[in-house]
Design a binder for this molecule. Structure first.
Ligand code: NAD
Length: 312
């Protein structure tokens, strides 16, 4: 089925409703093949995916290098997004001089002279948010003026922190993740109204709840144990019915008209094929009801991130 496109906030960008999440190209979800990832990137472009997201944090620079090599010769066909400020799991630097340096290094790894979208990555880890909303924000604006990027934004997990960012700065875009899935839909009621009022385009990420809505969730997943257990029960239930929870999760998210785009992480051709299948049909209502029944006790449950509590 043909790719569908929606407008991203006030950017004027017409983005594919499936975005390519490139965290798996940094090995975030375990070993991957660079050759298959490259084929997956090319196939995704052929199928109409025009938005790609990466970060220096994914595989500590590896993810950008792999994506940069894969996009050689096709860079101009895509809207390319990367980030700054998150260095490792525990190291962050949102100071202006670092942001400027980070941009230059990302451009080299991505083999391009500009990125389309540049965002401060996981700002909830910074104790001094006022600094992020002044110094970091000004650095991002300056890079935009210089043409190093076309649009700027901030990303993070706690919706309270993202709302603060949207209210404090004029952001073109933001990334919210794991809050618009079969497990948690709070982004739709909490963040969408603020983003619409402020003119910020939300890029939704992690429709599979960072692998929880698959049969192979990563060991490092930060969700509480009972949430992970319920997700696994739902995945096995779908499998036993000859169905696929990941496909159901994609079908559900792609139906959300308020969501311009959703980044799903993929490095394999098979994953791309299934995720594109999500465009073809709506979720089976009977299966969706059964899955919702299994997930109901844990739906809406969050986890702490950075300096923010789970309920923030
Ligand atoms: P996700 O929910 O997209 O899940 C990715 C996992 O699911 C990977 O293990 C992948 O191999 C697997 N998968 C993908 N399609 C599948 C399918 N059809 N069947 C079975 N398994 C499948 O989580 P994500 O990758 O973390 O999120 C998507 C993207 O969003 C990231 O790659 C990244 O680009 C972006 N993101 C950004 C932030 C941020 O800015 N703070 C946070 C999270 C995600």
């Amino acid at each position: 089925m043909a790719m569908r496109y929606r407008t991203l906030g006030k950017t004027g960008l017409n983005v594919s409703i499936i975005g390519f999440g490139a965290a798996p190209l940094g090995g975030v979800y375990g070993p991957f093949s660079e050759s298959e990832s490259t084929q997956t990137v090319h196939q995704a472009i052929d199928k109409g995916i025009n938005l790609f997201d990466t970060s220096p944090y994914y595989g500590i620079k590896l993810g950008e290098e792999v994506l940069g090599r894969a996009l050689k010769g096709v860079r101009d066909k895509v809207i390319l997004a990367t980030k700054c400020g998150r260095i490792t799991k525990t190291d962050f630097n949102f100071k202006a001089d670092f942001i400027v340096k980070s941009m230059e290094e990302s451009l080299k790894r991505l083999q391009t002279d500009h990125v389309d979208i540049f965002q401060a990555h996981d700002i909830e880890f910074e104790p001094d948010l006022d600094m992020v909303f002044t110094e970091t924000y000004e650095a991002l604006q300056k890079l935009k003026k210089q043409g190093k990027c076309r649009f700027i934004g901030m990303t993070g997990y706690p919706l309270g922190c993202l709302k603060k960012a949207l209210e404090s700065c004029s952001l073109d875009v933001c990334i919210s993740y794991c809050h618009c899935t079969l497990l948690d839909q709070s982004m739709l009621s909490e963040l969408v109204p603020v983003a619409e009022r402020r003119g910020t385009g939300i890029m939704n990420a992690s429709p599979l709840a960072m692998g929880m809505l698959t049969l192979n969730p990563p060991e490092w997943h930060p969700a509480p144990v009972d949430v992970k257990e319920a997700a696994m029960k739902a995945a096995q239930f779908c499998k036993a019915r000859g169905s696929d929870l990941s496909l159901l999760a994609m079908q559900w998210v792609l139906q959300q008209e308020k969501v311009a785009t959703t980044f799903v992480g993929m490095s394999r051709l098979k994953e791309l094929e299934i995720n594109l299948k999500g465009l073809e049909s709506s979720p089976d209502p009977v299966l969706l009801a059964e899955v919702n029944k299994i997930l109901a006790p844990v739906q809406g449950r969050c986890w702490p991130s950075g300096l923010w509590a789970a309920e923030a």
